[in-house]
Design a protein around this ligand. Structure first.
Ligand SMILES: [Zn+2]
Ligand SMILES: [Zn+2]
Length: 261
């Protein structure tokens, strides 16, 4: 079983192509099941980052229509930004619609977008260790919020290759403990391989701890173009097996089922 659970649509304002083209690419690459997980933001919304909450019904129709044309199952997911203090707004959105899974992601530290290359200078203007600690503190709160099923790109803060100068593994271990207690699953997101970080999110060291703690993993390409579906999955699968994983997490109506790789 191979899934690609992190796929965007043009509704987020920065993805290209039609949803059916993403499905065809998945079929061509032998992926067993895919899920769309377009960006939803309940705060700080900007047209180039996410669909509006009022567009969610259009999004659901889009995914339902493409599922009819697909030979593989197409799940309805969402990638929802976590904002501290906005938990109730997020809860309303994720409970109102019948998603198969909800990915929780942190892209913002206060008003700074950490993964937008236009704002990369933010890494030069701040203390890098503080940036890492602040980022993982938010991921920790996100994991404890019980709003999400999957942690999206767990160590996204490494995207542009800025690394901490102190050991932050104790902090990450604390985050993973929250992920474990709240029964979340961690996404192995292959988009990082094409970024200066040159690694999947999260990297091997973190994945090893995930495995030791019994945290399940799933797989996503973070596709914003049809040909990105399933990108570098050969490398991700090799890594999963090397770490020890024999199963992958799948979701239906927010119930997690582990399937053999
Ligand atoms: Zn994201
Ligand atoms: Zn995106």
């Amino acid at each position: 079983m191979i899934v690609d659970y992190h796929i965007h649509t043009y509704l987020c304002g920065h993805a290209k192509g039609k949803p059916i083209e993403y499905v065809k690419e998945a079929e061509r690459k032998g992926i067993s099941e895919i899920g769309f997980s377009d960006h939803i933001m309940v705060d700080k919304w900007r047209p180039e980052y996410a669909m509006k909450v009022t567009q969610i019904e259009d999004y659901i129709r889009l995914v339902e229509n493409v599922e009819k044309e697909s030979s593989i199952p197409v799940k309805l997911g969402a990638e929802v930004d976590y904002f501290l203090g906005k938990e109730e707004e997020i809860r309303r959105v994720v409970e109102e619609f019948s998603f198969d899974y909800v990915i929780g992601s942190v892209h913002f530290l206060d008003d700074w977008v950490i993964d937008d290359p236009r704002y990369i200078r933010g890494y030069y203007e701040r203390d890098i260790n503080e940036v890492y600690l602040q980022y993982f503190s938010l991921v920790e709160k996100m994991a404890s919020s019980r709003l999400f099923d999957i942690v999206g790109h767990l160590d996204l803060v490494k995207k542009f290759g800025f690394r901490p100068t102190v050991d932050i593994m104790p902090k990450i271990t604390a985050v993973l403990e929250k992920i474990k207690i709240n029964r979340l699953c961690v996404e192995i997101n292959t988009s990082g391989l094409e970024k200066p970080a040159r690694e999947v999110y999260p990297g091997e060291r973190i994945l090893n701890i995930c495995w030791c703690m019994g945290i399940p993993v799933t797989l996503g390409s973070d596709s914003h173009k049809p040909w990105e579906v399933g990108r570098h999955f050969d490398k991700a699968l090799d890594l999963m097996k090397k770490v020890g994983y024999k199963e992958i997490a799948t979701f239906t109506k927010r119930n997690q089922v582990l399937k053999k790789l």
